[in-house]
Design a protein around this ligand. Structure first.
Ligand code: MN
Ligand code: MN
Length: 315
């Protein structure tokens, strides 16, 4: 029988003490035997408005120490089914975005040579492009569930082709994703013109604006996406700014009229059964998170993603 890593219980060691890892799991120095590798990518040099996401992984880990291992709503017990560890932060080069993206891709190449599913704590959204570059080498073009206020499909920003606003255009151009199996949920805000979002629809992206989701459960949308994906390998990229700033104010580019926390949970829970091969939670900016609720929400959404990974049973 495998001995699975367990988060340290709050009944054994007060929640406000102990290791600074995600959910106080063991820190691993090797990928051997891991089913899931949780990692931090502390970077904010690809952002266009407020910075601060370099502190995201540290704060998400801090808030995650309150999360308990059993999911009362869904019955999922991920730490009874998967070997999960925190493998620490990637050593990005905070003086060079280009070099940082190279480091992220190379790090993912190494992680993906193991059987561990990478679960990343950002970091601004520009981390997802090198992740997808590495993932596509292993899996081919991926289905992508992209939850975000923004489509992140700019051609460039200030002439720069790689930053947090261009990720999914680059991924489309480079053939990293299956365009007609790419789902963008929560889009909203102001733009420079209709084509800001709509051009991506011509590529095949399926877009679900926040205003069409207001006052609605996301159970059905999640179930439709699940059916449409089938058994394809899917990458889930969760930008915390998909949530309304009332729930997640601590982020770089907030947009009003966003998803509720309940909708965020419904969408993830509906994805149970899809073949998630990697995921990230990006754009938590602790300096703008005066209540700590954004990092707390990010930590819980990462936990909910763990709960729907392949191999997690419910009981
Ligand atoms: Mn984004
Ligand atoms: Mn966004």
């Amino acid at each position: 029988m495998t001995e699975y890593n367990q988060p340290i219980s709050g009944n054994d060691l007060a929640r406000f003490s102990g290791p600074g890892t995600f959910m106080r799991l063991p820190q691993a120095t090797s990928l051997d035997g891991l089913d899931v590798a949780v990692l931090g990518i502390p970077m904010d040099i690809g952002t266009s408005w407020r910075a601060g996401t370099r502190f995201g992984p540290k704060q998400i880990r801090a808030e995650s120490s309150m999360i308990r291992p059993y999911n009362m709503a869904t019955g999922a017990a991920p730490f009874d089914c998967l070997q999960v560890a925190d493998i620490g932060d990637l050593a990005i080069n905070t003086f060079s975005l280009t070099d940082s993206l190279r480091i992220i891709e190379a790090s993912y190449d190494a992680i993906l040579r193991s059987s561990a599913v990478p679960v990343a704590m950002g970091g601004d959204h520009s981390i997802t492009l090198p992740i997808l570059r590495a993932m596509a080498k292993k899996y081919g073009p991926l289905a992508v569930v992209h939850v975000d206020a923004h489509a992140d499909v700019n051609d460039n920003m200030f002439g720069e082709k790689e930053n947090h606003g261009t990720v999914f255009r680059r991924a489309y151009e480079e053939g990293l994703l299956q365009a007609d199996k790419t789902y963008q949920v929560g889009l909203r805000g102001t733009g420079y013109g209709a084509s800001d979002f709509k051009e991506a629809q011509k590529w095949g992206f399926q877009q679900f604006p926040a205003s069409e989701l207001w006052h609605r459960s996301l159970n059905n949308l999640g179930a439709e996406i699940r059916r449409d994906i089938g058994d394809r390998p899917v990458y889930v990229s969760y930008d915390i700014d998909s949530l309304d700033p009332a729930y997640a104010p601590g982020t770089g580019t907030p947009e009003i009229g966003g998803l509720t926390t309940a909708q965020a949970l419904e969408l993830i829970r509906a994805l149970r059964g899809v073949n998630i091969v990697g995921c990230d939670l990006v754009e938590v900016s602790p300096p703008y998170d005066t209540s700590g609720n954004t990092a707390l929400t990010g930590a819980n959404l990462l936990y909910e993603l763990l709960c729907v990974l392949p191999g997690v049973a419910t009981k």
